[in-house]
Write a protein that binds this ligand. Structure first.
Ligand SMILES: Nc1ncnc2c1ncn2[C@@H]1O[C@H](COP(=O)(O)OP(=O)(O)O)[C@@H](O)[C@H]1O
Ligand SMILES: [Mg+2]
Length: 359
């Protein structure tokens, strides 16, 4: 395990994932790369590290490594309620944008520029936005010899936004991504999401499945947690206890390190967290107004997770079960892997909370 420094903090491990991404970017773009995994597993942190430290020589001054040309957008950080706000947020007139000073690297890297005249045509709907972007990328590759990489986080934000009130923005955007990879090989496209109900839809769309690769970023493996916590001075017994309650969830472990001294013992802190997870589950029972049948299904799933480590959805994808799983996944209490059909707690602490349901 390597420990790197990123934004003045320790970046734990992720060697395997960093190498995977760098290898991926070294190849000709053929497929869209979907990066998925439980909420808070560290997807955004990893991709931001790769962008800032591996794809740029000097990120603050926007000096890329080699010929990379990177655009990274986290859609959650923008308020996008319509196609117009999407355009306003990300597409700027080239002539004005290069003149503005004092724009941070993080903002610049999230913006596409088009010639003012072309942007005007796009706004007047005389030209298709994605056609204009493809022309731009084609120039970058063929005239400037660049290697474009587009990275989009929290893609599900684009759902239910329409262009001219009819065409779905998300669909058009994904067609654009297919075109950039499989059809023209102009640019890498990486799309991130914690929302596996959304990923499931993509995975089961015949066309997208054929043109996509899926890469899971999970919580840390036990061996890495052992290495990390040993280096912080924890004993073997403590590490086993911590792993039992928190698994490899990085922010949960970081929080434990910060707060444990306020409790009599690590065990007391962990029990407190498990109780909070339990109360969250019980609160949703009341708030969610779940019919009795759905509570039964949820509890069956919990029992199976507690007994066997995970619940596996049947191959015929029992629709009632899938519906219940979706609801609890949206609350970030369950995590559903659409590739393996496995269901677990979104993080280990929810499984400790499930234990308290006494099923
Ligand atoms: N490799 C890592 N090293 C240190 N801290 C991390 C690491 N990965 C994630 N974190 C911490 O965990 C938190 C959640 O990670 P994030 O990247 O937002 O998860 P995700 O995007 O998968 O929901 C972040 O605030 C970050 O501080
Ligand atoms: Mg994220």
């Amino acid at each position: 395990m390597n420990t790197r420094t990123f934004r003045n903090k320790k970046l734990i491990d992720r060697d395997k994932e960093i190498n995977f991404l760098l290898d991926w970017f070294n190849q000709l773009p053929e497929l869209i790369l979907w990066v998925y995994g439980p909420k808070s597993s560290g997807k955004t942190t990893l991709i931001e590290y790769v962008v800032e430290k591996e794809l740029f020589e000097d990120f603050e001054n926007l000096k890329p490594k080699g010929n990379y040309w990177v655009r990274y957008v986290n859609l959650r950080r923008k308020l996008i309620s319509s196609y117009e706000t999407f355009l306003e947020s990300f597409i700027k007139p080239e002539e004005e944008y290069v003149m503005q000073k004092g724009i941070s690297a993080g903002v610049s890297v999230a913006v596409f520029t088009l010639k003012a005249e072309i942007l005007k045509q796009v706004k007047e709907r005389k030209k298709d936005l994605f056609d204009a972007l493809i022309d731009e990328l084609d120039k970058k590759v063929k005239k400037e010899n660049k290697k474009p990489i587009l990275i989009i986080d929290e893609i599900q934000t684009l759902e239910e936004i329409y262009i001219n009130g009819e065409r779905e923005l998300l669909k058009e955007f994904l067609n654009f991504c297919v075109s950039l990879t499989k059809e023209t090989h102009l640019s890498h496209v990486v799309i991130l999401s914690s929302n596996t109900v959304f990923i499931d839809r993509i995975y089961n769309d015949a066309k997208l499945k054929k043109t996509s690769e899926f890469f899971k970023i999970d919580h840390l493996d036990k061996s890495i947690v052992v290495e990390w916590l040993s280096s912080e001075g924890y004993t073997e017994e403590e590490i086993n206890l911590i792993y039992d309650y928190l698994g490899g969830c990085i922010p949960d472990i970081q929080r434990m390190m910060m707060l444990k001294d306020k409790y009599k013992s690590i065990k007391e802190y962990l029990e407190h967290r498990a109780f909070l997870a339990y109360s969250q589950i019980v609160m949703f029972y009341h708030q969610g107004k779940f019919p009795k049948e759905e509570i039964e299904i949820f509890e069956n799933i919990c029992k199976e997770i507690l007994n066997n480590g995970s619940f596996v959805l049947s191959k015929d994808r029992d629709s009632k079960y899938l519906e219940v799983i979706s609801k609890w996944a949206e609350k970030e209490i369950l995590f559903f892997d659409p590739l393996t059909l496995e269901v677990k707690g979104n993080s280990r602490i929810y499984e400790k909370g499930m234990e308290k349901l006494e099923l």
